[in-house]
Unconditional design. Structure first.
Length: 68
């Protein structure tokens, strides 16, 4: 991974993976991902993130007894 990113879209890829992008930006990035290797590489690197976060959340709940 190179930093700073060459492609300006790359900083949006993490939000895309986490489902945090507004619908119009998500559609724009969907289209962009078809043509940009840099963003596709970033996407593959971040693809496991939602699953990892869910596991952390479960572990946190067990450890603290808190929900959230
Ligand atoms: Zn890109």
């Amino acid at each position: 991974m190179t930093w700073p990113p060459r492609c300006p879209y790359r900083i949006s890829v993490a939000s895309y993976v986490l489902g945090a992008l507004p619908a119009d930006e998500r559609r724009e990035l969907d289209t962009h991902l078809r043509t940009c290797q840099e963003c596709r590489t970033e996407l593959i690197g971040l693809a496991a993130l939602p699953g990892l976060l869910a596991r952390l959340r479960r572990r946190f709940r067990r450890a603290t007894g808190l929900s959230g």
